[in-house]
Design a protein around this ligand. Sequence first.
Ligand SMILES: [Zn+2]
Length: 324
Amino acid sequence: MSKKCTIVMYHYVRDLKHTRYPEIKGLDLPLFYEQIAYLQKNYSIIKMEELIDAIDQDAELPSNACLLTFDDGYIDHYTNVFPILEKKKLQGSFFLPVKTALENKILDVNKIHFILASVANKELLVQEIFQQLNEYRETYKLQSDEFYFKKLAVANRYDSASIIFIKRILQVELPEVVRNAITDVLFRKFVSADETAFSRELYMSMEQVECMQRNGMHIGGHGNNHYWLGSLSKELQRIELTESVKLVERVGGNLDYWTMCYPYGNYNSDTIDLLKELKCKVALTTEVDVAKVSDARRFELARLDTNDIPKDGNAQVNDWYGKS
Ligand SMILES: [Zn+2]
């Protein structure tokens, strides 16, 4: 029988109601406790090393194997998640971009989260963006406001049309210089004028990451700048990936078990060629499924989002359990 593992993906895990930004799309801490209880009751939570040995040494995996993964290097992972996992003697796998831990820079994707969480009226933000576009329209030959709104404002299972518009126009649609400039203006205006201080409050420091590594947590790569790897040349991808290896080495990780998690789940065949060359063991995507654990799939492991799993220790198992 083929081996499988339910790999759960987490981002922000915080006591949302008692933070400055209750609107941040994250998992509320009490629900994290409940979800871990649910997973412990119904699954066998394994370590990253066991997953890799199941591929390389043909070691057995327990039935209903489950792996916990945490993306983006948020401070939440150190202050909230790590103590719970340590107490329960569970391992988490943490994937962080180099830039956030070392340079105190805030990723644009995170700036956008906090802009959205700081302004209740999303229409106001859309108007602010339109106003900003006027400044760049001629120089960068930008389209009309209506063009962008019609193209981008399409609601999905998590977000309203205005929110999707704001995310897409600032994350991908506009030329990079313009995106960054507008995001910076909005961040300074609505969130904070002190990026360095905000960054220190948002992300783990190297010391914290090292501490987790020393205490049995797994630390993996998540690129240098958190770029869409598939949109980069092979040479630029090589830099993103080698910086990831260096980070794992720097925090004392075992390179025999170095792993990668694609930012935004994005990669192409160049990425996989480079990972083979750099002797990466496995890589995680954002494809929503239970992962097939095999040599053929090792660089394309699917994951479930925390929202795909019950957040109640006593909940009935859902459909994903049947597939695990
Ligand atoms: Zn990420």
